[in-house]
Design a protein around this ligand. Structure first.
Ligand SMILES: Nc1ncnc2c1ncn2[C@@H]1O[C@H](COP(=O)(O)OP(=O)(O)OP(=O)(O)O)[C@@H](O)[C@H]1O
Length: 236
């Protein structure tokens, strides 16, 4: 039998912004494979290309040069419709968590389930409540985001991203707005749920305090991948 295909397989990716004289290359010959269930942290200075790479992997931007296979599907040349379909298989957690203020915690989570076909409202309600319980917000299910702390809001965003059991979770600076303890709590919840669900996580961060949750750390610098190192586990 052939080897299991990585969740993300990136080969010789280049990316450019702008046109004509203003055209500027921001990603240079990126090669990276990420396997199922891996937690990978991407670090690097501001402007090094992390968000650009994350948005290509997240099907939020079209691949220009090179090959990017996501869950076995080639994204180079993929139609907009195909990209939309791929996005449904990804959980997104961003710094500005994008919760809807006029919906409660549960309704925010439920929304991402109701986008799927074949799930009854009752089922969606129960799933959302269970997911909020899993991130430690059992007592806050009916709260509106404005009445919750930054860490609690980010936990809703995690519940929303993971409720459909996506194979891939992309997180861009998920702890940036949080104090040390809340930041730590948030990534530990992500780590636990992803391991339980067998999800792959790719997380961009400047936060050195959370690097130890990763199986592997990759560094970007000036558009190049400069380090791709596995962490040796200290646990038995
Ligand atoms: N929409 C855009 N149009 C033109 N240039 C862009 C655009 N988005 C990003 N850039 C440029 O591309 C380069 C990479 O930016 P990118 O946002 O990917 O870096 P980053 O590593 O995520 O930075 P940060 O840590 O500050 O978010 C930078 O030089 C940036 O100025």
């Amino acid at each position: 039998m052939s080897q299991v295909e990585p969740v993300i397989a990136i080969e010789n990716i280049n990316h450019y912004y702008g046109k004509g004289n203003l055209r500027k290359q921001v990603l240079f010959d990126i090669n990276l494979n990420i396997d199922a269930g891996e937690i990978v942290i991407m670090t690097g200075p501001s402007g090094s290309g992390k968000t650009t790479l994350l948005s290509l992997i997240g099907c939020l931007r079209s691949v220009q040069e090179g090959s990017m296979r996501l869950l076995g599907q080639e994204l180079n040349g993929a139609s907009e419709q195909k990209l939309i379909q791929m996005r449904r298989q990804i959980g997104y957690i961003f710094q500005a968590h994008n919760l809807l203020g006029f919906l409660t915690a549960r309704q925010n989570v439920q929304m991402s389930i109701e986008l799927k076909d074949g799930v009854s409202k009752k089922e969606a309600e129960a799933k959302s409540a269970a997911m909020l319980e899993a991130v430690g917000l059992k007592e806050r299910i009916n709260y509106y985001p404005d009445n919750l702390s930054g860490g609690q809001k980010q936990r809703i965003a995690i519940a929303r991203a993971l409720v459909n059991h996506p194979k891939l979770v992309l997180a861009d600076e998920p702890t940036a707005a949080l104090d040390k303890k809340s930041g730590r709590d948030v990534v530990e919840i992500m780590q636990r749920l992803a391991k339980e669900q067998g999800s792959t996580i790719l997380l961009v961060t400047h936060d050195n305090r959370i690097l130890d949750i990763a199986d592997r750390i990759v560094d970007m610098e000036d558009g190049y991948l400069t380090r791709n190192a596995e962490l040796t586990s200290t646990s038995s």
